[in-house]
Design a protein around this ligand. Structure first.
Ligand code: PEP
Ligand code: MN
Length: 354
């Protein structure tokens, strides 16, 4: 499947990435204007503010809705920044467009719901407003792509994706774990679709933002969406992850934006080496599976079960420890062996049940 896209023309250069910044929520006209003026002064290109806020539980601040839209108009008139707001229903779309919001984004909770996305797409038919689509809360690339296709199918051609990380049961370092391979695969499938990184919702903590921004730049993301508030500690939503415009400017100023230069001879030669090693790895894996199928014949003959837990634990422990001695992350090596073992068991089952 293809996306029929028109470039968004995001303003950026080789020194500074394209940045959308602004508070999680539009709280008061004063908070919106103060934050916007400070951001504009720091060279920010586009102002974001949540006007309708999806909250996990009722009772929290759910946004001012229509009342806050004239504040965004004022931001545009006084600072020249373009404005962006989240939409989740056709009514939001209608109001945002009526008040001249320049860019709309679909939030993570909405992207996860195909009915809601289709309704949004239908309400956008015939408009030419750019739409940014956040990844769904769950790590499901197809659902993310599905939302982009629904919008594109309704004629929305100025599209971009926002990677904001994914919910998991174990909240460790990140509020939403990055799982970078998912946006990278999205980029591989749709090379013309810009992908913007949202380190604020990913990290959930302001001290993680700089590192996440740099990681996004290193991986070739096209821009950043960062929550910024004139008084972050007093924010009505997502206080822990917002930074002042001054701190944001400091973070952006110190980012190293990599050039996408042509491959040099030395890189080509290094890639060749990697390709050869990958061939060897495939060859070894094929041979390993062949032996594993011979073992299956033995197990069948001797009426043994497929999974021998003691042997499996031994392999995981031994190779995990070995991997760590070789400078690799122990859990990474264990994950590889878990995957190999899973395929090995699948192949053995085929033989035993023949
Ligand atoms: C937001 O950008 O404020 C927001 C609600 O984000 P997400 O949809 O990524 O949770
Ligand atoms: Mn937020």
């Amino acid at each position: 499947m293809k996306l029929d896209l028109i470039p968004l023309n995001l303003p950026s250069d080789n020194v500074r990435p394209f940045v959308i910044a602004g508070p999680c929520s539009a709280e008061t006209e004063e908070q919106v204007m103060t934050t916007a003026r400070q951001l504009a002064q720091k060279g920010c290109h586009m102002f974001r503010a949540g006007v309708w806020k999806p909250r996990t539980k009722p009772g929290g601040f759910e946004g001012h809705g229509e009342k806050a839209l004239p504040w965004l108009q004022r931001v545009k008139a006084e600072t020249g920044m373009l404005t962006a707001a989240e939409v989740a229903t056709p009514e939001h779309v209608e109001l945002a467009l009526r008040y001249g919001v320049d860019i709309l984004w679909v939030g993570a909770r909405t992207t996860a719901n195909p009915f809601a996305v289709q309704e949004l797409a239908d309400s956008l038919r015939g408009t030419d407003v750019p739409v940014l689509v956040k990844n769904p809360v769950n790590p499901d690339l197809e659902l993310w792509i599905g939302a982009l296709l629904r919008l594109n199918g309704a004629g929305v051609k100025r599209l971009a994706a926002i990677h904001r990380g994914f919910s998991t049961i174990d909240h460790k370092l990140y509020r939403n774990i990055p799982l970078w391979h998912i946006p990278i695969e999205l980029h591989r499938r749709f090379p013309n679709l810009p992908v913007v990184c949202d380190p604020s919702h990913m990290g959930g903590r302001r001290d993680l933002i700089a590192t996440l921004c740099q990681q996004a730049m290193d991986m070739g993301f096209h821009g950043l969406l960062v929550e910024s508030h004139c008084n972050p500690d007093e924010a009505w939503s997502d206080a822990a992850q917002q930074v002042t415009p001054e701190v944001l400017d400091f973070i952006i100023e110190h980012l190293i934006v990599r050039d996408n230069v042509e491959m040099t001879e030395s890189l080509i030669s290094l890639r060749k080496q990697i390709d050869e090693m990958d061939d060897q790895l495939m060859d070894l894996l094929t041979r390993r599976m062949r032996v594993s199928r011979e073992i299956a014949l033995y197990k069948k003959e001797h009426n043994m079960g497929v999974v021998q837990t003691r042997r499996y634990t031994e392999i995981l422990d031994k190779r995990g420890a070995q991997g760590s001695l070789c400078g690799m992350d122990e859990t990474f090596v264990r994950r590889i062996y878990e995957a190999i073992h899973e395929e090995s068991v699948r192949q053995q089952m085929e033989i035993i049940n023949k």
